[in-house]
Design a protein around this ligand. Structure first.
Ligand SMILES: [Zn+2]
Length: 460
């Protein structure tokens, strides 16, 4: 099939579509570089909206590093009928819908080369948060975040968002999609049961879908689907469970929707991510503006990775888990107890409170493990990992090492690193190592606002 773009370029595509959707059919170009969606119905407002998405609201134009995270529309098809062209995301790396990783049975059927482990899933979740953040920071909402619209190659830590031709720009591009079943925000689901009462898609409805996807990806379960029955009619029951009567299966005040069998819940994700889940699925269900922002998810997931330890069982499918505060080191995915080394150092980070010697609890908790690194965003107050993009600024500044039954922290480049042990202060020069001990305080720099790390040795 010969296809003509609005700029006059002609390209060859397969005659047979490789997929059919509600809005149109998808065809692959003969050279495999592009995918086009040819719409079933054509109207002039769609052509105008596509032009806006390509020219005025194009996230990938402002940030080249973002280009691979989106199958962003890049040309409008004029003939044989109206359509839109995007890059073929499977050209260099195989991607599959995230849905494959959410179901326990489909996950086992994934080829090992793309399947990945639980640690890889956290990185995918952080990537998804970044994708959402890039859209939302531009004022855009996707309106249909789902397991089918995020494609992933989990083993290669890559996620990409598709279906961007129906983006919503509040007051400019009206919503076309209301979302997909399990991922719809309660305020949208309510409109299904009582037409005229629900609201339309927004950044806040995207944030609900994002929270559900992250929960599912990390815990393989839907956060609102528990044993509670709201109505004998199953369709109505579903609408109530996701809408008006939505109830978190881990709600701390109402256990009526809690699974009746032991299950892996959000407590396994560490305190910070658990609290975000709780906010999203308790107060955030009814107050959309209280839902965690995409950037909050990204930051918390990045910090969660620093609290993981590898599982000792080589057969374990999870391969890693979060070492929880004051908990035994037992892998929740396979039940194996981690018993070596006998203890690990845990650094809790504090922010300077403006006055020398005064500190307040910060967000960071880093579990020391062989070769784990500290970076600028650990030592510099107020710096987020997201904000550090230049490679030279991303170099590690310190590294944990386990040598001869002792835990060391090697100072790679922190100027003025000091350690306070039982009241005495000692300088640790660059290229020098420090033996970590319970109760030490590390002052991570010379400025008055320098961060402080409190060292605790946690027994496994
Ligand atoms: Zn395990």
């Amino acid at each position: 099939m010969l296809v003509t773009l609005t700029n006059g370029t002609m390209e060859h595509y397969d005659d047979e579509p490789f997929a059919q959707g509600g809005q149109g059919a998808l065809h692959l170009s003969k050279d495999r570089r592009w995918v086009i969606k040819l719409y079933h119905e054509t109207d002039t407002s769609r052509a105008k909206a596509l032009h806006q998405i390509i020219e005025n609201y194009n996230v990938t134009k402002q940030d080249a590093s973002a280009a691979s995270l989106f199958a962003w529309p890049n040309a409008i098809v004029q003939a044989p009928r109206l359509g839109v062209r995007m890059a073929n995301v499977n050209l260099q790396l195989e991607h599959r819908p995230l849905t494959w990783w959410i179901g326990a049975r489909s996950y086992r059927r994934l080829p090992p080369a793309i399947r990945g482990n639980w640690l890889d899933r956290i990185l995918i979740a952080a990537n998804m948060a970044r994708i959402a953040w890039l859209l939302h920071a531009t004022g855009l909402c996707h309106s249909d975040f789902s397991g089918d619209n995020f494609l992933a190659n989990v083993a290669n830590h890559h996620a990409v968002l598709i279906d961007l031709d129906s983006l919503v720009v509040p007051d400019v591009l009206p919503p076309e999609m209301l979302g997909t079943g399990d991922y719809m925000a309660p305020e949208i689901v309510m409109g299904r049961l009582r037409p005229g009462k629900g609201t339309g898609p927004s950044i806040y409805t995207d944030l609900h879908s994002l929270a559900v996807l992250i929960y599912q990806l990390l815990l393989m379960r839907h956060p609102l689907k528990g044993p509670k029955q709201h109505d004998p009619d199953s369709e109505k029951d579903d609408l109530l469970a996701l809408g008006e009567r939505a109830l978190y299966i881990e709600d701390p005040d109402d256990s009526s929707n809690r699974p009746t069998v032991p299950f892996n819940g959000a407590w396994l994700l560490g305190e910070e991510v658990e609290m975000l889940m709780r906010r999203a699925f308790t107060v955030g269900l009814r107050s959309p503006m209280q839902r965690p922002l995409a950037a909050e998810w990204g930051d918390a997931l990045t910090r969660m990775i620093e609290q993981t330890v590898p599982c000792a069982n080589p057969e374990c499918e999870g391969k890693a888990f979060v070492l929880l505060r004051d908990q035994r080191a037992v892998c929740p995915w396979c039940g194996t107890k981690l018993d070596r080394p006998a203890q690990v150092p845990v650094l809790r980070l504090y922010d300077g409170a403006g006055q020398a010697g005064h500190y307040q609890a910060g967000r960071g908790r880093v579990v020391g493990w062989q070769s784990r690194k500290l970076h600028r965003w650990h030592v510099q107050p107020g710096l987020s990992e997201r904000a550090v993009t230049r490679p030279e600024e991303r170099r590690p500044v310190a590294e944990f090492q386990f040598k001869g039954s002792k835990w060391l922290l090697a100072n790679l480049s922190i100027p003025d690193l000091r350690v306070v042990t039982r009241g005495s202060v000692r300088q640790v020069a660059v290229n020098e190592s420090l033996t970590l001990e319970h109760g030490q305080q590390l002052i991570l720099g010379g400025e008055r606002a320098a961060r402080l790390a409190l060292v605790a040795m946690q027994r496994l």
